[in-house]
Design a protein around this ligand. Sequence first.
Ligand SMILES: N[C@@H](CCC(=O)N[C@@H](CS)C(=O)NCC(=O)O)C(=O)O
Length: 214
Amino acid sequence: MADTQALYRLYGVPSWGSVLVEAALVQARLPYTFENVAGFDEPGPARDRLVAVNPLAQVPVLILPDGTVMTESAAILLHLAETYPEAGLAPSVGDPLRPAFLRRLIWLVTAVYGTFTYADYPERWAPSVPDELRSRVLGRRMDLWRQWEDEIAPAPWALGERFSALDIWIAAMTRWRPGRDWLAENCPKLLSIARRVDADPDLRELWTSNFGAI
Ligand SMILES: N[C@@H](CCC(=O)N[C@@H](CS)C(=O)NCC(=O)O)C(=O)O
């Protein structure tokens, strides 16, 4: 499937947003190295290494085999899906499920993922009321998960019968706040997708290395 000589280089932190890209690399059976930049959210060498490739100082960053720097998880995912269609990460152009896939992927990065920028570091944006900002933004994120839960069919995967990277993203992002216990109470259909992906033998090692015991 892949040119095994061509190595991808992923900048990330275990269990952080880099897991979204790492899972796609594993799913596509692509060789990669992992540049752990843990601690990059404080000044120091890890931040310096990250800022050198992404001035926004965010993970994930993927360096392609030709040296091209890619940031933005959805862009990276779409690039990998298009380059390695056999990995089944996304319905291809012309597939009737493609619009639903694109809509939900972009919704995930704009509506849901964006909330982490504000709730993870509320003191940056509202220094006088950080706790209030965190709790309001977390409330917004819960509303968003509930909205998807209401829309999703009770089928095995987010797109119905067809597995896609959306399922991988559900498995990863539901590890983040508000977390799986909240999901069990509020979003059982999304949780069942997450658990099905947890059990995928190809991805188990990745989940363990990122989140510990699953
Ligand atoms: N739009 C970016 C968001 C990436 C993002 O928010 N990453 C988080 C880690 S999960 C991060 O680097 N946060 C540190 C910060 O925002 O300072 C993407 O989709 O890749």
